[in-house]
Design a protein around this ligand. Structure first.
Ligand code: SF4
Ligand code: SF4
Length: 424
């Protein structure tokens, strides 16, 4: 039995459940939240502000959608999701302008909001300061109010264990929609308490949300790049509500995850794209395992959204309490090396058990990069190079038409849906 350094007490998974106690062995203790250099975070947010990959990686986004759409069921799922989801996104966008519907009584409403969030089905809720450093450039003028309610909605267990699959893709998008509707309802509730509430749709992100969830004590960043929450790990979808309500902030927590991932490494070992880093590096002021986007997207695009890194995570499958108890008692990672945890099917390639990974043909990871215009310029350079340094009229014409198309593309999530005309 390992020496327990500290215990974390959290509310039960569902409303009315008894609280849980997560033992954190001494050898896994690091820091509450994540190791962070605030000055570096400040510097990067000022000099290299974050922007959504929907804009910066538009060329590979369009390529990935084309690849996905070759799968008839995947195309239908995406179509249906965009159709059903659009009104939820549009409704959320308007919420920052809505007035409160009653007068505030001046009392701290933290617990009232948390109780309501749990009644609406959110598995985790925490409150912290809204961190402007994590807002996309293109959304800087949109975000209002100083406090943020961080919310996580559970994705159903059974379909998630079949990842990568059509069932998992269906539950993935339907969870976003259910969550989006519950978030709007919670926003109404906060306005009913006499405050303002701006709903940030889970499908219209205003920035990378995880840093604020970590600050609110709702989990820690896993090696897979997802937030690992206490009850369901990465098997949840997250969203936020900013507000001016009278609230008290939560604090970051050391669940032992920062160190545990370095011992576990299951997602790193099982990733079909070899897209996850074994070691941590310092990136934009925090210490983390960095995802190789260029090795992930080609797998996601071709194999039903992939998500193997979610499926094989013991925290997702067994929860943090059971996983940490097992580690404290045995020094072993619960489920590691078993087919139950680590096995998965890749459509068209078959089953891969512990220690087995698919092999891909040469060129599998080649995909466009940058936005449409940047990619057009790269293609022009490659074509000219292949033509002995000569740029033909055809090359210029093709470049011109791609740049014009790129400049005409919207940078707005909803408008991007409209651009796919035959789609909705
Ligand atoms: S989604 Fe698939 S390819 Fe991407 S990091 Fe996760 S396991 Fe790897
Ligand atoms: S599978 Fe293991 S290493 Fe990967 S995120 Fe989960 S706990 Fe961390």
């Amino acid at each position: 039995m390992l020496t327990i350094g500290h215990e974390v007490r959290r509310p039960g998974k569902y409303l009315g459940d008894a609280p849980v106690t997560i033992p954190v062995p001494e050898e896994l203790e690091t820091t509450p939240g994540i190791p962070m250099n605030q000055r570096e975070v400040d510097w990067y947010s000022r000099e290299y502000p974050v922007e959504t990959m929907n804009i910066t990686e538009r060329a590979s986004r369009d390529w990935a959608n084309t690849m996905r759409d070759q799968h008839a069921e995947m195309r239908e799922i995406r179509k249906e999701h965009d159709k059903l989801n659009r009104n939820l996104v549009m409704a959320a966008r308007l919420t920052g302008e809505l007035d409160p519907t009653s007068d505030a009584n001046g009392e701290d409403v933290t617990e009232v909001i948390k109780q309501k969030a749990r009644e609406l089905g959110f598995v985790e809720v925490g409150i912290t300061a809204f961190d402007i450093r994590y807002v996309y450039q293109s959304k800087k003028d949109w975000v209002r109010f100083p406090h943020v309610i961080c919310l996580a909605y559970e994705q159903d267990f059974e379909p998630t264990q079949t990842i990568p699959s059509i069932d998992a893709e269906i539950v993935h998008s339907s969870t976003y929609r259910t969550e989006g509707a519950a978030g709007l309802e919670l926003g109404n509730f906060v306005r009913g308490l006499g405050y303002r509430a701006q709903v940030h749709s889970p499908n219209d992100n205003t920035g990378p949300y995880i840093p604020m969830f970590v600050a609110a004590g709702l989990g820690q960043l896993g090696a897979c790049g997802y937030l690992l929450t206490p009850h369901v790990g990465s098997r949840c979808r997250i969203m936020m509500i900013t507000t001016d309500a009278n609230v008290t902030y939560d604090a970051p927590v050391d669940y032992g995850i920062h160190a545990f991932c370095q011992v576990c490494q299951v997602c790193v070992n099982r990733c079909p794209g070899r897209a996850l880093m074994r070691d941590k590096i310092w990136w934009r002021g925090i210490e983390k395992n960095k995802l190789y986007f260029k090795r992930c997207r080609p797998v996601m695009a071709r194999y039903l959204g992939c998500g193997v890194c979610m499926k094989v995570c013991p925290i997702q499958k067994y929860g943090m309490e059971a996983t940490m108890q097992h580690y404290a008692a045995t020094g072993q990672v619960l489920g590691k090396g078993t087919h139950d945890l680590e096995g998965y099917n890749i459509e068209g390639k078959g089953y891969f058990g512990p220690g087995e990974l698919p092999i891909f043909e040469p060129g599998f990871f080649d995909m466009p990069h940058g936005d449409t215009s940047e990619w057009a310029f790269d293609q022009l350079k490659d074509a000219a190079k292949a033509n002995g340094g000569e740029i033909s009229d055809e090359m210029i014409a093709s470049f011109r038409s791609d740049v014009i198309r790129g400049l005409g593309q919207s940078t707005d999530n909803v408008d991007m849906m409209y651009e796919e005309e035959d789609y909705i």
